[in-house]
Write a protein that binds this ligand. Structure first.
Ligand code: ADP
Ligand code: MG
Length: 729
């Protein structure tokens, strides 16, 4: 009998919910209690230090060293009051995870005593030994130094006994080695560009923040079953396993009642998150069995990105306390819905206006239309770059797999807004006549608020959809760091708004009225960006054909999608907007290709191991039982009866042999393909070789292994089955 699998199943079946009893009843009692936020800063810092940090957050001013000492002293006193003994610079290297190295506050004194010390210097900058983070060739080994620098716009927090200080991570020569640095630069450039455009409508606007609300999908699997599967444990997804008879076809999981063990786990995750100021608001079952979602209230994008990284970390830690493992992979189970992370995005002014919120007056609607149409134009002009921003080995399994948007970027805006844009497009060019102005009022800017109220035709199949007062970028993968798509989206928006401003100003200079100029340019943008708009079913084959006719890209795999990062157009965009320089772009491209190649390599090795050491021995064992049975039948019966009775067994014996021999042959060929790929000198060539020549063997091995799973005695099968992982909790 397959002892590990059954032992794990028994463990799982005997589980009781791990009760979570928070000491508090109301969220307001503990929300952000472990965050060095405005309230804590006021309480623990000198007036001067507080003012200086506030101005760094609001206006991006620098904090001088002396004040930094005061800030550090306040931060330390606060952290110690929360039980902190250590501090760390917390950053997001290009591994996709978060990094931390804890140092104690403790410092010995000359007289043999000890004090708790934390200076401004320790707060502002550190030099972690960072030689083993991905760097894409930026740091050669003798210049392996990198440094982390405090980001005052994202508040410090205490986890356990450690004060965590959000930081950027850069090479000693200044190039970004993390996700946060380019994000901050993108947010700065979009702020500048959007503020200038917003000032057409309101002179009081001084700052525009990008906002982000992420929706995190994930699976929970019992930890015993998880540990029985080397593929889940090492690759985060199952590399083989036959689909269960019952999957999601009855649609009985979505928004269903949440199992007790799961709800206890969710509550503890929420508690930890809320204490850290992550405003988690929503939790529910997702479409697939054992799939769930969390969503917070949206926040300023940089803070929201940090919060998502932190949240993924919390989920993993807390789930273990409930004997679960969180699967953040985009496709943990073939044939079952994958997981995404919708990025809800908008722009908000410091005067409290959501620039993608239709207003009550024609003027505010003109502002809405301006930002709305510029977003569509930005996505139209840089769709390929958006595609690249969400490319990963995991997301390749999800995009276009009939439950997620395809790899084709398009924008959905709904029937009514489409009609508004059509009206606008019909406007005459040049100076608007009184008649045109009346039409505009009646049919365009006057109509928006009422139509949006009943704008319920949300299209779930679009990768980039307008949902009433924000755009929702749905193609982002569940384990991705949101920083990358957010960096690209805000950069293209910045470039677009800058272009818009200069075109409108040019018309104004020629003597056109401001409103007329704005409408003239918007009208041109509507025309120019038409092909990116798609209102139909994004999951259908029809769209693939239609998109091709329109000249939209449909790049299905990561290594080729990443090419869009290094086109001349992308280089110019990143460089002109001060988001990434040439060295940084090339390094990032290299790192992402390398990550892709390594992930496929790891998966391929794991599958080779499971096929060779688990599947084939089991198949042989079962085949031997069949052979034994046949031999005995032969002993007992005459030839005619035997031939009749042993027919099926004999057939199974030969089928098993066939599957075994294909698996062995594919496994050998896969190893050869890896060797060949590994010999390639160029990273891109290697990634493409893994994609085109290694991956297909994995599909074939899986196909035959899954067939064997169906044939072989359940008692012998060593790996937890899909139905067990998905339905036992
Ligand atoms: P769903 O897409 O599942 O219907 P909701 O419409 O409730 O979900 O919103 C999803 C997310 O969008 C939430 O995280 C919410 O905070 C976020 N959101 C709402 N308004 C904005 C905005 N102006 N900017 C960014 N995110 C927003
Ligand atoms: Mg959504």
């Amino acid at each position: 009998m397959a002892s590990i699998r059954f032992f794990c199943l028994e463990e799982t079946l005997n589980r009781k919910p791990v009760n979570f009893n928070p000491k508090h009843e109301r969220v307001s009692d503990y929300f952000a209690s472990h965050v060095f936020n405005d309230k804590a800063m006021r309480a623990y810092m000198t007036k001067e230090a507080y003012k200086s940090v506030r101005s760094a957050i609001d206006l991006g001013t620098k904090i001088d060293r002396e004040v930094a000492d005061q800030v550090a002293a306040g931060m330390k006193a606060w952290a110690v009051s929360k039980g902190a003994t250590h501090y760390t610079h917390w950053f997001q290297p290009l591994t996709g995870g978060t990094a931390e190295k804890h140092d104690s506050f403790f410092e010995p004194t000359e007289d043999g005593d000890a004090i708790e010390k934390f200076s401004g210097g320790m707060l502002v900058q550190q030099e972690p030994d960072a030689s083993s983070f991905p760097n894409g060739g930026i740091r050669n080994t003798f210049e392996a130094r990198g440094y982390t620098a405090w980001d005052p716009t994202s508040p410090a927090f205490v986890i356990g006994t450690t004060l965590c200080i959000p930081t950027i991570f850069v090479a000693y020569t200044g190039e970004a080695l993390d996700f946060k640095t380019p994000l901050l630069r993108a947010l700065q450039t979009v702020d500048q560009a959007a503020t200038k455009v917003a000032q057409y409508f309101d002179k009081n606007v001084k700052k525009v923040n990008a906002t982000l609300g992420w929706e995190q999908e994930y699976f929970l699997v019992d930890s015993a079953l998880y540990n029985s599967r080397p593929d889940l444990a090492l690759a985060g997804r199952s590399l083989l396993g036959h689909g269960p008879a019952k999957g999601q076809q009855l649609d009985d999981h979505y928004f269903g009642s949440i199992p007790e063990r799961v709800i206890q786990c969710m509550q503890e995750i929420e508690f930890e998150a809320l204490r850290l100021g992550i405003p988690i608001k929503t939790r529910h079952n997702e479409v697939a069995p054992s799939q769930y979602e969390f969503a917070p209230i949206f926040e300023e994008a940089n803070v929201a990105v940090d919060h998502n990284s932190l949240f993924m970390d919390i989920m993993e830690k807390v789930a273990r306390r409930h004997n679960f493992r969180v699967l953040l992979h985009e496709k943990p189970f073939a044939g079952i819905n994958g997981s995404g992370k919708h990025n809800n995005w908008s722009l908000a002014t410091d005067t409290g206006v959501n620039l993608l919120q239709p207003g009550k007056t024609p003027k505010s609607n003109m502002q809405f239309l301006t930002f709305f149409i510029n977003t569509i134009k930005a996505v139209h002009d840089h769709a390929d770059l958006l595609r690249a921003s969400i490319a990963s080995a995991g997301n390749d399994h999800r995009l276009g797999a009939n439950e997620a948007p395809p790899a084709i970027i398009s924008v959905f805006i709904g029937e009514q807004l489409s009609a508004v844009l059509d009206e606008l497009e019909r406007l005459e060019s040049g100076k608007l006549s009184p008649q045109a102005k009346t039409d505009l009022k009646l049919n365009v800017v006057g109509k928006i608020p009422e139509i949006l109220l009943d704008n319920t035709d949300r299209n779930r199949t679009s990768p980039f959809a307008f949902t009433g007062n924000k755009f929702e970028f749905r193609a982002v993968g569940s384990q991705a760091n949101c920083a990358q798509p957010m960096t690209v989206l805000n950069t293209i928006m910045s470039a677009q708004l800058t272009e818009f401003k200069s075109e409108v100003d040019a018309l104004i200079e020629k003597g056109m009225k401001k409103d007329d100029a704005i409408f003239n340019i918007l009208k041109e943008y509507i025309k120019a960006s038409k092909k990116i708009r798609f209102e139909g079913d994004g999951y259908g084959d029809e769209w693939v054909k239609e998109a091709e006719k329109r000249g939209l890209s449909n790049v299905r795999d990561t290594p080729r999608a990443l090419d869009f990062f290094v086109t001349d157009k992308a280089m110019k965009l990143f460089i002109d907007n001060g988001v990434l320089n040439k060295v940084e772009i090339e390094a990032r491209h290299e790192i992402l290709l390398e990550e892709y190649q390594k992930r496929i390599q790891i998966e391929s090795r794991i599958l080779g191991d499971i096929a060779g050491n688990h599947v084939i021995p089991t198949a042989i064992r079962y085949q031997s039982t069949l052979i034994e049975n046949v031999q005995r039948l032969k002993d007992v019966f005459d030839e005619k009866s035997f031939n009749q009775m042993a027919k099926e067994q004999l057939d199974m014996i030969s089928q098993i042999s066939k599957h075994i021999s294909v698996i062995i042959a594919d496994k050998e060929a896969m190893i050869e393909a890896r060797k060949k790929a590994n010999a390639l000198a160029d990273t891109r060539d290697m990634a493409i070789a893994y994609c085109d020549t290694v991956r297909p063997y994995m599909d074939s091995i899986r196909y035959h292994a899954d067939k064997l799973e169906l044939m072989i005695d359940d008692e012998l099968w060593p790996l937890a089955k899909y139905r067990e992982m998905l339905f036992t909790r």
